[in-house]
Design a protein around this ligand. Structure first.
Ligand code: GDP
Length: 365
C-alpha cells in the first residue's frame, strides 16, 4: 500500500497528531488481519456514499478506503551533514510515496521551539533545506558513477538520460528549489522515472499540515497566506491537541466539539482526503449484502486494473464490468431499477474508471 511519511521539526506536534491518527477502533475491527506497525497509522477515508450503498443493498459491513501514514522522526537543522540524519531516517523517507510536513503555527510559551520562535515559513525552509542537501549529497555520489557509465557504454540511451536528469536536478537543487516544485512549474528536463531510481527525496509529492491555534482554524487570511507559501502542494490546518480529543469521542460529541471551534470536518479527515489526492489515487465502489466497500486505484486505472485490486484472478479473467454511477443508483433505488432504466453500462477492458462508479465485474475463472 502507498504510504505518506510524516516529517517535521521537534516539538511541532507530530506525535500528538500521530496518536490521534492511530486511535482507530473502527479499522482494527474491520481489518483484523492487518499488521499494524507501531509507527504506522492507517486512516479511513471518510465516504458518506458507503452508508447510502449499505442501505440500498442491506450490507452488513462498510469498508472505507484507507490511507497509511508513517511517523518519521529525526529531522533537525544540520541533519543532512552529521550523523544526525541517520540512514534509518533517509531509508524511511525514501520508502514513503509522499511527504507530509507538519509545521508549527500554534503559540504556546510552555512548548519550546527549537529555534526560539514560532515561524512557519522559516521552519519549512529548514526542513526543505535539509531534504535538498540530502538530495545534493546523493547526486554528488551518483553523478561521477553515471558519467563513467556513459563513457563506458557509448550510445546507451538509458544512462545518458539518467545523467541528463541528474544534472538538471542538481541545477534545480542548487538554486534552493525542491524537484517537486520544479516539475510542477513545468521543468521537463527532470524525468521522475530516473529521480525515483536515484532515490531523490524532493521529487515526492508534498502535503503540509499546519498545527494551528484554535482561533487560526477559521482565520482565512492566515490560511491563504500559508497556502500560497506551499503551492503547488496542498495545505491542511488543524489543531493536533483538539484532533486527539476528537478522536476519543463518538460522532455526535465530535461534531459538537468541532462546531464549537467553527469547523465542520475533522482535520485528520481533511488530511486523509488531501493525502489520497496527493498520492494520485481514487476509489470505486462495490456493494452487496455482505459489504459496501471502497477500493483504491490509481487515477486513470482501467476496468481490468481495478478488478485486479480485488483479486489478481479478476484481472486475468476479466470479461467486462457492469457499471452504474453512484448518483444513478441512488436515483433509481436499486440495481434492477437502474438496469430497467438503462443506467447500467457494460464496459470493456479499455474503460477508464470514474470516481463514484459502482461496479460488478464479470470474469472467467
Ligand atoms: P513532536 O516533537 O513534533 O512529536 O511534538 P509533540 O506532539 O510531542 O508535541 C510537543 C508539545 O507540544 C507537547 O507538549 C504537546 O502537548 C504540545 N502540542 C502539540 N500540539 C499542540 C497544539 O496544537 N497546541 C498547543 N498549545 N500545544 C500543542
Amino acid at each position: 500500500a502507498l504510504t505518506i511519511g510524516i516529517v517535521g521539526l521537534p516539538n511541532v506536534g507530530k506525535s500528538t497528531m500521530f496518536n490521534a491518527l492511530t486511535k482507530n477502533n473502527v479499522l482494527a475491527a474491520n481489518y483484523p488481519f492487518a499488521t499494524i506497525e507501531p509507527n504506522v497509522g492507517v486512516v479511513p477515508l471518510p465516504d458518506p456514499r458507503l452508508k447510502q450503498l449499505a442501505e440500498i443493498f442491506g450490507s452488513e459491513k462498510i469498508l472505507p478506503a484507507t490511507v497509511s501514514f508513517v511517523d518519521i522522526a529525526g529531522i533537525v537543522r544540520g541533519a543532512s551533514e552529521g550523523e544526525g540524519l541517520g540512514n534509518k531516517f533517509l531509508a524511511n523517507i525514501r520508502e514513503a510515496d509522499a511527504i507530509c510536513q507538519v509545521v508549527r503555527a500554534f503559540v504556546d510559551d510552555d512548548v519550546t521551539h527549537v529555534d526560539g520562535k514560532v515561524s512557519p515559513a522559516s521552519d519549512m525552509e529548514t526542513i526543505n533545506t535539509e531534504l535538498i542537501l540530502a538530495d545534493l549529497q546523493t547526486l554528488e555520489n551518483a553523478i561521477p558513477r553515471i558519467e563513467k557509465e556513459v563513457r563506458q557504454k557509448k550510445d546507451d540511451k538509458k544512462s545518458s538520460e539518467l545523467l541528463d536528469t541528474a544534472l538538471a536536478s542538481r541545477t534545480v537543487l542548487e538554486a534552493g528549489q525542491t524537484l517537486y516544485a520544479a516539475i510542477h512549474a513545468g521543468n521537463t528536463d527532470i524525468d521522475t522515472t530516473y529521480t525515483r531510481q536515484l532515490g531523490l527525496l524532493t521529487t515526492k509529492p508534498f502535503v503540509y499540515v499546519f498545527n494551528v491555534d484554535e482561533d487560526q482554524l477559521t482565520d482565512e487570511a492566515f490560511q491563504s497566506e500559508m497556502q500560497a507559501l506551499v503551492a503547488p502542494a496542498d495545505a491542511i490546518f488543524l489543531n493536533a491537541k483538539l484532533e486527539s480529543e476528537v478522536a476519543e469521542l463518538d460522532d455526535e460529541d465530535a461534531a459538537e466539539l468541532l462546531e464549537s471551534v467553527g469547523i465542520t470536518e475533522r482535520g485528520l479527515d481533511q488530511l486523509a482526503h488531501k493525502g489520497f489526492h496527493t498520492l494520485g489515487l481514487q476509489t470505486y465502489l462495490t456493494a452487496g449484502p455482505k459489504e459496501s466497500r471502497a477500493w483504491t486505484i490509481p487515477q486513470g486505472a482501467t476496468a481490468p486494473q481495478a478488478a485486479g485490486v480485488i483479486h489478481t484472478d479478476f484481472q486475468k479473467g476479466f470479461i467486462k464490468a457492469e457499471v452504474i454511477s453512484f448518483e444513478d443508483l441512488v436515483a433509481t433505488g436499486s440495481v434492477a431499477e437502474a438496469r430497467a432504466k438503462g443506467k447500467a453500462r457494460m464496459e470493456g477492458k479499455d474503460y477508464v474508471m470514474q470516481d463514484g462508479d459502482v461496479v460488478e465485474f464479470r470474469f472467467n475463472v
